[in-house]
Design a protein around this ligand. Sequence first.
Ligand code: IPM
Ligand code: MG
Length: 362
Amino acid sequence: MTELDILVVAGDGIGPEVTAEALRVLELVAKQADIALRLEHQVFGGASIDHHGVPATEALLERATEVDAVLLGAVGGPKWDGVAADKRPEKGLLNLRSRMGVYANLRPAKIFPSLVDASPLRRDLAEQVDYVVVRELIGGLYFGEPRGISGEPGKQVGINTLTYSEDEIRRIGKRAFEIAQQRQKKLCSIDKANVLECMVLWRRTMETLAKDYPDVALSHMYVDNCSMQLVLNPGQFDVMVCENMFGDIISDEAGATTGSIGLLPSASLGDKGALYEPIHGSAPDIAAQSKANPLAAILSVAMLFEHTAKRADLSRRIEAAVAGVLADGLRTGDLMRGDSTGKKLVSTREMADAVVNKLSLR
Ligand code: IPM
Ligand code: MG
């Protein structure tokens, strides 16, 4: 692709800071590769509630279905905690994902060699972290109907529904099998089939699909055991596929084991268009203090080059630059763990400057 239309929605909290740095990397690498960028910016999440009264305007949602990719920062913050559930900043994000139809959320977790000491895991375990969580993103417990809170005060009932059709399970399953084919050919499907009927169907459907992918070894694991295995024996995983909320939970755990959730990018793919966002949230406690780690946002740009621009080579260059600055000892606050000899505490901008410098030396 020699031209890219990108909608940028930086959002709230640290979203604007990390997105600004990611855009510098996007613009530099696109220029070096002769890719013409057309960037549009729109307010989103809490910022959009303040401007427009809704977390995502109809115009934004519509435009998101037309562009090649959406680059997102983060949404939410204490300022909007009192807002009604259907108008919260998070609802804007869920509407965006759903409207774009991006059902497959890829969350790769891989330890950078120089960060092994920053992981809370023992060195020999931390070194093994290298897998992809494929999270179903527009169904399951987040979207199931019926939902809501009803009844008299004092006797109210809250309800959410876990529901998946075979079609929904098949389309996410296919993506996961295809990703496994590109990697170690090992797919672990995460479920709770010992308790939930919906997950019995999930497991059955994955079993049926497996017949179409004889080169991939499919295994199954209950989600509670999975959360334990991720810290006991992370090396056993290659590609995992799971329900929306299970994926939300285990990908935070995955982030922590790589040293910081501030490192994990994500790509959300559907049949057309794509959404790229760091998996960390808006971190309101450190917003506007130049403390945020921009690397997850920068690595999300790397994923954009791979999946939207079909330029895996550019993606690898960005990853190498990130690995390089970490090897040089640069650390944002979230990574200042373990032995700090030879480490330099840097700001959001300084970290991104270092990545940009590495990428400028060709
Ligand atoms: C994530 C986030 C979101 C989610 C929130 C902000 C709605 O935690 O992307 O993991 O739950 O999907
Ligand atoms: Mg999450």
